[in-house]
Ligand binder design. Structure first.
Ligand code: KIV
Ligand code: ZN
Length: 564
């Protein structure tokens, strides 16, 4: 059998019993380092051109990154050229440090410094693999052999840097495949490297702990980080960095727990592009902080620009469900979600803390429009349909009509099988409820109130079908219903009736909605007019027309039957 879980073994937990990180809360952003131009680039089907790298670098600077890994210049000519271009053309802002990666091999370290010649400040990032699998199966070396590679690399990094005092150097060491390395050995190698670099004597040093392959749940990674922070030498002089990959889909969670466990710095890429399942997604982690009221120290307000540039440079499209950045992540199709969002947004006062159901952040903050929040398909309910009519057409519907109309919209969506846009919803509403047939168009009305109630005198129709109707009742609707009952010989009972004054920006000032039992049949209609009485009477006529027929023959026009 090929699909056999028994060929895998569970990751052995660290065995920590004194963990403190679960009680920690992240209250400030870590130092960020964007590795899009190196790790992200190494994972692309088509690595970036120098022009694409420049575009992405400029974006990273604009977003506020102060540390940017720009390539592996000793391993790639385009990376070397790009590094030279940034330095020679003076394209690195003074508050930004470029970082370059090199293996701990002498010829690569030499070449790396060539790429960096003349830089004002730079981070030289040297690494070698330390895990058991790499030691035993890739390098065929024991612990001492692996430690020597790191130490020799660290020495050469220090020596060449000393020859170029014009540059402000930071050294960075990564025990690559850290998550698969025994912790005591990882600490031994890190200590051996810092013994060479002496951060305690003023040399800025970053120790980067990569989950080169994500091998366990994020809590295990946090245990590993806390253990290292507690057990390495010179901890207080080091910046502890983490660099997580997403093999189990938890790269962001692992980095977050690692920060709780003591990490000062986080490496990742925008939208998480990177080897295999990707690097830690900087956008998600930074926006997670933002959504908790913590300054992410990055400006991600132009999310559309971010996705556009990343897509253009990586040639990878953004998943519509990508946290914060995806096209659909602020959209609710489900009826109950729409209803809740609509109610929360309607209650919200300017300046209030964000507290809207189903929306972890205000979409507006990252350049998204509220129009995208509620979209309608067959899963949608009355709240969503009502929200769209209200938002786009200033039409408020009473609850009974929301229920009735949303069923119609749902049916249409089921027939079409997809989304129904706002224009179609409005057209359906117009056709079903607002349409006024010529023969039933209200022409004039006169409502005379006396001690016994209201006497109505209304004119409807046009040309040969124009007729005058008279009736009496306690109110206008009852009086006109009476006139219609007399005219058509049917009984009319009003079951629901609502009228709304409309806001600015519409031709009509009033909307009336009515549901009747007329001649033993249910009917409903709505009408827009300049005043509420006209809207109400028109809605009444349009509803009755559905029962007695929309076209009136002249013969149906009876003489007035009401005493004046
Ligand atoms: O994933 C990794 O281990 C790396 C290192 C080179 C830091 O990218
Ligand atoms: Zn990596």
């Amino acid at each position: 059998m090929a699909f056999d879980y028994r060929k895998y073994v569970a990751f052995k937990p660290v065995g920590k019993t004194d963990r403190r990180w679960p009680d920690k809360v992240i209250d400030k952003a870590p130092t960020w380092c964007a590795v899009d131009l190196r790790d992200g680039n190494q994972a692309l089907v088509k690595p970036m051109t120098v022009a694409q790298k420049q575009r992405l670098f400029d974006l990273l600077v604009k977003l506020g990154f102060k540390e940017i890994e720009i390539g592996f210049p000793a391993a790639s000519q385009p990376d070397f050229d790009f590094c030279r271009k940034l330095i020679d053309e003076n394209r690195i802002p003074d508050d930004v440090k470029i970082q370059v990666l090199t293996q701990a091999r002498p010829e690569l370290i030499e070449r790396t410094y060539e790429a960096l010649k003349g830089a004002k400040r730079a981070i030289v990032h040297v690494y070698n693999s330390t895990s058991t699998v790499q030691r035993e199966q890739v390098f065929g070396l024991d612990r001492a052999g692996i430690r020597d590679i790191a130490v020799n690399g660290a020495r050469l990094v220090r020596e060449i840097a000393a020859r170029h005092p014009e540059t402000e150097w930071t050294f960075q060491y990564s025990p690559e495949s850290f998550t698969g390395t025994e912790l005591d050995f990882a600490a031994e190698v890190v200590d051996a490297v810092t013994e060479v670099w002496r951060p305690d004597q003023g040399q800025p040093v970053i120790i980067n702990l990569p989950a080169t392959v994500e091998m366990a749940t994020p809590n295990v990674f946090a245990d590993q980080i806390e253990w290292i922070c507690d057990n390495i030498q010179r901890r207080e002089h080091l910046s502890i960095s983490v660099h997580t990959h997403n093999d189990r889909g938890c790269a962001v969670a692992a980095a977050e727990l690692a920060v709780m466990a003591g990490a000062d710095r986080v490496e990742g890429t925008l939208m998480g592009n990177g080897e295999r399942t990707g690097n830690m997604d900087l956008v998600t982690m930074a926006m997670n902080l933002y959504s908790q009221g913590i300054d992410p120290t990055l400006d991600l307000s132009g999310m559309a620009e971010i996705t556009e540039v990343v897509e253009a440079c990586t040639e990878i499209s953004t998943h519509p469900r990508h946290p914060y950045a995806g096209e659909l992540v602020f959209t609710a199709f489900s009826g109950s979600h729409q209803d809740a969002i609509r109610k929360c947004l309607a209650r919200r006062e300017p300046g209030e803390l964000w507290n809207v159901a189903y929306l972890p952040i205000d979409p507006f903050d990252i350049g998204r429009r509220y129009e995208e929040v509620v979209r309608i398909n067959s899963q949608s309910g009355k709240g969503g349909v009502a929200y769209v009519l209200e938002r786009d057409y200033n039409i408020s519907l009473p609850r009974w009509l929301q229920i009735e109309f949303s069923k119609m919209v749902q049916k249409e969506a089921e027939t079409n099988g997809g989304e129904i846009d706002s224009l179609t919803i409005h057209r359906l509403f117009e056709e079903r409820y607002l349409k006024v047939h010529d023969d039933w168009a209200l022409r004039a009305y006169d409502l005379h109130r006396d001690s016994e109630g209201v006497q109505a005198d209304v004119t409807v129709g046009s040309g040969t079908t124009e007729r005058s109707l008279k009736g009496r009742g306690l109110g206008a609707v009852e009086a006109v219903s009476d006139a219609l009952e007399r005219q058509f010989g049917i009984s009319i009972a009003v079951e629901a009736y609502d009228e709304f004054a409309l806001g600015e920006g519409t031709n009509a000032n009033a909307l009336a909605c009515i549901r009747l039992m007329a001649g033993g049949q249910h009917c409903s209609a709505a009408a827009l007019a300049e005043d509420t009485t006209s809207a109400t009477l028109q809605a009444l006529f349009s509803a009755v027309a559905q029962v007695v027929g929309t076209e009136m023959r002249a013969a149906e026009t009876r003489p007035d039957t009401v005493d004046a």
